[in-house]
Design a protein. Sequence first.
Length: 258
Amino acid sequence: AAARLAAEQEVENLSGLSPNPEKDIFVVRENRTTCLMAEFAAKFIVPYDVWASNYVDLITEQADIPLSRGAEMKGKCGTNESELELSWLDQAYTLKLSFLKEGHNTSRGPEASWRLSRIQFTYDSSERTYFKDAVSPGKYTASSHRLSALVTPAGRSYECQAQQTISLVSTDHQKSVQLLLSEVRLQPFDIPADFVFSEEHKCPVDQREQLEETLPLILGLILGLVIVVTLGIYHIHHKLTASQVQIPRDRSQYKHMG
């Protein structure tokens, strides 16, 4: 059964196709059909303790851990649940993203959407590339609680160029680990064709930035239209008043009228 599953499922790390060295691309295929696609740049900010110079006090340092382009990956797809798991640097770091699709009732009737429902990040503070002289080095897990992120209507992909920060709680004395995501394009369900995203659903930050970019143009067009209308009304009014008989202001001239 395991061999049959391996034959039916393919996972591909296509990060080398991205012109951005910080951006990764992952694809999961089942039965020769793409069922999950993910593109994003990711970095973790992990606080950890080191000894102060007096070797009595502890001070907090910060490890900035980027997602490696050479990450190994696993994935699975389902009707309502999908998962992407990535590991790098000899599995010193592992990131697992879980997605959930669910229906709900609205004023417009029943609708469905999907979301990022859980994040789990495992890290080894004895690894020396990003951790320097950590006190009590070992493996820790940072995870989300009741997460509802990247909410997207069913049948569409999620897109967000802006950087987003998601907080995770670590088993290392409940320290807060930050996951920084940017340049995200993601779809874990209902992909219409091989390696093809559905229509994108933009995140609120991108929508706001797009509005800020187009608003000056819209206001300029409205102002131009107001000026044209005003000039038109003035021109029409001028022609009408010019064609009317001018009533003399001097009352003595009334006798010459009529």
